[in-house]
Design a protein. Structure first.
Length: 281
């Protein structure tokens, strides 16, 4: 019975791995094809079934061959996503610590209501916030700018950081704070010197989610930018035309997903060593 269970388990893992890896393999092979290679039928083995070409990859640098210059959108995405994530983690950690350790009350509004308020910001469809964000950035003269997108992304990512960090701080015993304060620390000093160093796993998890959500956002990057600033998702979509260049789209998709795969790989290494065990309870 145990042997059957083990066999079924490995079979399920194998099938799931094939399901996950197949789109990446399809994109990888397509990125090295030409128009004839794509329209000539299903071919997956280079040099045997088709002659590989770097046309799809070259089209991403310099905007040649019906492609785009992906370098500047890539840099803009990195600046906006990393900046917004860092700001969200800093502000979210402070807010989460306050909601975890102190009691607030304004009429019927309590800590749980404040936490739900943060989470509710992610419940609303993005289209509801498009016009308010557009008018706000227009008034601030930050439309079509990286700073404007950073402000919008902070508003979108902050609820994620607060939600994750509140749960993490709730699992850290309050006695640690009390012992630090008995030694002469203020609440802020206790947070900075004692709680924060013990919260690194939670910060890493929250940062990972902030980076993923920020990097993958298309809607606000599309509606709040025009020509001066262009993020990677918008640049990739710009490749689509009356004749879809599947070779360029495949190459750009692989480049776009590479940072997220790297983040997942790094975090998985921490998870496998148990470093983040308390962050995802």
């Amino acid at each position: 019975m145990s042997r059957l269970y083990t066999s079924l388990k490995y079979l399920a893992i194998t099938l799931w791995s094939i399901f996950v890896i197949t789109p990446f393999l399809w994109a990888l092979t397509t990125s090295f094809k030409t128009a004839n290679g794509v329209t000539g039928g299903p071919t997956y083995i280079p040099w045997l079934q088709y002659e590989p070409s770097l046309t799809g990859w070259r089209s991403l640098f310099g905007g040649n061959a019906g492609g785009i210059d992906i370098v500047q959108p890539y840099i803009d995405s990195m600046i906006v996503t990393v900046s917004a994530s860092l700001i969200s983690i800093v502000l979210g950690s402070l807010a989460a610590y306050g909601l975890s350790r102190f009691t607030y009350r304004a009429g019927f509004v309590k800590n749980a209501d404040l936490i739900f308020f943060f989470i509710s910001q992610r419940i609303m469809p993005p289209i509801v916030l498009a016009i308010p964000f557009f008018l706000m950035l227009k008034w601030l003269e930050l439309l079509d700018s990286k700073l404007g997108l950073i402000l919008v992304y902070v508003a979108l990512l902050l609820p994620i950081a607060v939600w994750i960090m509140v749960d993490f701080f709730n699992n850290i015993p309050r006695q640690i704070d009390e012992m630090a304060m008995l030694d002469g620390c203020t609440p802020i000093q206790a947070f900075m010197r004692v709680i924060l160093p013990n919260s690194v796993p939670g910060i890493i998890v929250a940062g990972m989610f902030c980076l993923i959500f920020g990097w993958n956002d298309f809607f606000f990057a599309f509606t709040l930018t025009f020509t001066d600033t262009q993020l990677l998702p918008v640049a990739v979509v710009a490749l689509n035309s009356s004749v879809t260049p599947w070779w360029s789209l495949s190459a750009s998709a692989l480049i776009s997903v590479a940072p997220l795969l790297l983040i997942a790989f790094v975090v998985e290494r921490f998870l496998s060593h148990g470093t983040l065990a308390g962050a995802i309870r």
